[in-house]
Design a protein around this ligand. Structure first.
Ligand code: FE2
Length: 262
């Protein structure tokens, strides 16, 4: 069995707040909670947006926090990330692609494939031909071994009207690709700052809330112009994976108020 701690969207910044929220206190609370309750996890994955909008160079700060984790935490790219900044401060597993933050974590009975779906200059995502060719190579080599794909941008609409505008582009092409592999067991995505689950082309998927601020439910209707995070506590995911079976526990690690103290 593999036990994974899944975190997403910490939107770290070295100083200041996100509308009053100190994201440093949230990542610290998440790691402290993980140490107290899930020290037996094999590893963690952070599915993108390690730093926030237009924040350059804040990887030193998140690297400092992640270095305190007793569980290896694997970083991924989101729309707000900076590839060279991330690579300069955070270690990637061996065999990561040289020019993208894409890699596989292999365990005895499963492969965890972390994709880089950033499209430069856009909040929407892409998987260019270089990255999708790499994915084909990896999936071909796995044969029957169960594969779990982590990616920042969901490759489908989720009926979350605001977030649906900034999903993975050419999603059908991506779904055509993975549909050809019966060993792809589950997709896990960040980006939407909200937990959802479902199936696409018969493949189960889940999204997750953010370590930082959450996104509101789609009703009452809202749009990015008037974006106001709801007063919802953050969570991370605890995944148990064994023989192709998956459980996901969304786990609150602190109160909503944590991070808003003066
Ligand atoms: Fe985000």
């Amino acid at each position: 069995m593999t036990k994974i701690i899944w975190m997403s969207d910490p939107h770290f910044q070295n100083k200041g707040t996100i509308d009053g929220l100190n994201p440093r206190l949230r990542i610290k609370a998440a790691i402290d909670h993980m140490h107290a309750q899930h020290a037996d996890a094999d590893f963690g994955i952070i599915s993108g947006d390690l730093v926030g909008d237009d924040i350059v160079g804040d990887y030193t700060g998140i690297a400092f926090h992640l270095a305190k984790s007793k569980i290896p935490m694997h970083p991924m790219m989101g729309n707000n990330d900076d590839r060279s900044g991330l690579r300069a401060h955070l270690a990637l597993p061996d065999q990561a692609m040289p020019d993208f933050v894409q890699y596989v974590i292999n365990t005895d009975d499963a492969a965890f494939i972390c994709l880089d779906t950033q499209k430069l200059g856009s909040h929407a995502g892409e998987l260019c031909s270089k990255r999708s060719d790499w994915l084909v190579q990896i999936l071909d080599a796995l044969r029957e071994k169960p594969a779990y794909i982590f990616m920042h941008h969901p490759p489908m609409t989720l009926n979350l009207p605001a977030q649906d505008e900034i999903m993975l582009e050419k999603a059908d092409q991506f779904l055509d690709l993975i549909s050809g592999y019966s060993n792809v067991k589950h997709l896990f995505m960040g980006h939407v700052h909200r937990p959802t689950c479902g199936t696409v082309r018969g493949i189960p998927f889940a999204t997750i809330g953010a370590i930082s601020f959450q996104a509101p439910a789609p009703r009452p209707e809202w749009h990015w112009d008037g974006f106001v995070p709801p007063a919802e506590a953050p969570h991370y995911g605890v995944l148990h994976i064994s023989n192709g079976d998956v459980t996901l526990q969304y786990t609150q690690f602190c109160n909503y108020e944590t991070g808003f103290e003066n």
